[in-house]
Design a binder for this molecule. Structure first.
Ligand code: ADP
Length: 262
């Protein structure tokens, strides 16, 4: 096997031919390391609720056996831990599916106006419970793009749900027909999810869409987050040949923008 190593300073060889700068071994090592990190992360995320479940089962068998009040309380916690595992497995399956489909661009017509309205309607009870007001601003006539309706709905759900979970008391969702966005050739539509929450420290922004990366780990876990939502969003947006942009500053809220081509 031939291993081509990148040699700094040597870009071209005689006759104008360009030397390919690959490094097979390093790439393979990196892929292997990423896979190992992923498996370690998944195992850790599953083990935490499992350990709690096992602990509560032991307590219910032993000391809490005759205590009806404690039993109810423990069962509620166990239900929460089991739901966390269920969400995690659901998100892992979603991520797996969108990753495997990433090269195939979906072809259905998606009415973004309708999908955003239904996303907000679905999340209305969650927002109301947290005292968050949500508002959709959209042009009079429907804005459509070519894509996968279920996947785009998942993008909007994840972004709006995050804005409700981590934001302040107001979430604005702004849909517009896009002017030519320099980042997306011939972008057709732009969806912005804007919150007035505490914002995200800019040091986190470059890594925010990595699997299991959390800017505020404690809050994410408290909110039942899996740490996979934005990774799923990124892959779906990639599949649609769109762009995801995050702008945030501490104390200034956050703006998540999805630009989608026709
Ligand atoms: P999670 O399941 O933890 O919500 P995500 O991938 O959806 O995972 O988001 C990654 C992290 O980005 C979150 O844990 C949170 O720290 C941060 N985050 C996402 N959206 C917002 C927002 N609107 N405001 C502040 N932080 C956010």
């Amino acid at each position: 096997a031939v291993t081509l190593r990148y040699v700094p300073g040597i870009g071209a060889v005689g006759g104008g031919a360009v030397l390919a700068c690959f490094d097979d071994v390093t790439e393979r090592e990196q892929a292997g390391q990423m896979r190992r990190d992923f498996v370690a992360n998944v195992s850790h995320e599953l083990r935490t609720p499992l350990t709690a479940l096992i602990g509560f089962i032991e307590t219910l068998r032993g000391p809490a056996r005759e205590d009806a009040q404690a039993r109810d309380r423990f069962l509620t916690i166990m239900e929460g831990e089991a739901s966390r595992m269920n969400r995690l497995v659901g998100d892992l399956l979603s991520l797996n599916r969108v990753e495997s489909e990433e090269r195939v661009r979906p072809k259905q017509t998606v009415d973004l106006t309708g999908h955003l309205a239904s996303t907000l309607k679905t999340l209305q009870p969650v927002a109301a419970a947290r005292g968050v007001a949500m508002k959709l601003e959209a042009p009079e006539d429907a804005v459509s793009v070519t894509g996968d309706p279920d996947q785009l709905q998942q993008v909007f759900t994840n972004l709006v749900e995050n804005a409700v979970k981590y934001g302040g008391d107001e979430v604005r969702v702004v849909l517009s027909r896009s002017e030519r966005d320099p980042a997306v050739r011939a972008a057709a539509a732009r969806v912005q999810v804007i919150d007035n929450g505490p914002g995200i420290d800019p040091v986190h922004l470059p890594r925010l869409t990595e699997r299991f990366y959390r800017a505020d780990s404690h809050r994410s876990r408290e909110m039942g987050g899996t740490g996979l939502g934005l990774a799923i969003v990124k892959h779906i947006v990639n599949r649609h040949r769109g762009r995801l942009r995050v702008e945030s500053e501490l104390g200034q809220g956050s703006v998540f923008t999805v630009a989608l081509p026709e």
